[in-house]
Design a protein around this ligand. Sequence first.
Ligand code: 8YV
Length: 328
Amino acid sequence: MVARKPKVIVTRKLPDPVETRMRELFDTELNIADQPFTRAQLEDAVGRADALVPTITDRIDATLLEKAGPKLKLIANFGVGVDHIDVPAAVAKGIAVTNTPGVLTEDTADLTMALMMAVGRRIVEGANVAQEGGYTGWAPTWMMGHRITGKRLGIIGMGRIGQAVARRARAFGLQIHYHNRKPVSPRIAEELEATYWESLDQMLARMDLISVHSPHTPATYHLLSARRLKLLQQHAILVNTARGEIIDETALAELLRAGKIAGAGLDVFEHEPAINPKLLGLPNAVLLPHLGSATIEGRIDMGEKVIINIRTWMDGHKPPDRVIPAMM
Ligand code: 8YV
């Protein structure tokens, strides 16, 4: 139980309503200028805060946590992915880590479908042609894309976002297939008419579309390696709104450039914000700057979840969205 208002240090600019509420509830330090914290600023913050509110742009590793002051007892991440935080190291130091699951699921699933459509139907290419005055008239075989309806979609990682994508994809008449550490419950499999593939290799070789929704962990780093990417069919479309590190980007760029797969829609990159130069200028690659949860509603909801996690912890209770290392 924290008697006084806890010192809460927020590393990025959050939506105004969230910041206003934080100011009311906590002894809050905000980052109005929204310049990503330097390492020195992060070290200072972990040294002074009771609770730190980082985002994906902060690397919270074991070395930094060595600088944590005795007061730091909570890292309340603004985001669901925590691959930028050494959670086991934090927990080992008695620092709880929370995230913001659920509130960005539908937004990220929406963007996933948008990328499938954008790549499959060449929307960005067509929009660029129209914008640049290149549209000289309709032609029977011009700008043909790939039909999406009725195709086989392979989902890698059937958690909240994977399932939300499956629900949308069914509305588009897609057949749902998935690979996961273990099958989902029979109830969910039935609801989604989803076919489980224990072998990722076999699923990759038979799908028309692949969508990545697994967390980035040591086990999923380059899960889609050069070898696995070569299993994809020539008309296949790959979408990633999860984490860039899950795909060998250089190998993917080579397959796209050689036309060995039809296209890719990427919202995340291996070395964000740097985008592999080999991916740039490819007409069959739709690249977005990590917009998965970028809706006003989504980001406010994420902020409110951070507030709930901090308040619950303040009251001496276990925060609802604690990240448990064993479950990662
Ligand atoms: C966030 C995301 O915007 O939640 C995640 O894991 O990737 C995005 O929704 C980003 O992580 C902010 O920290």
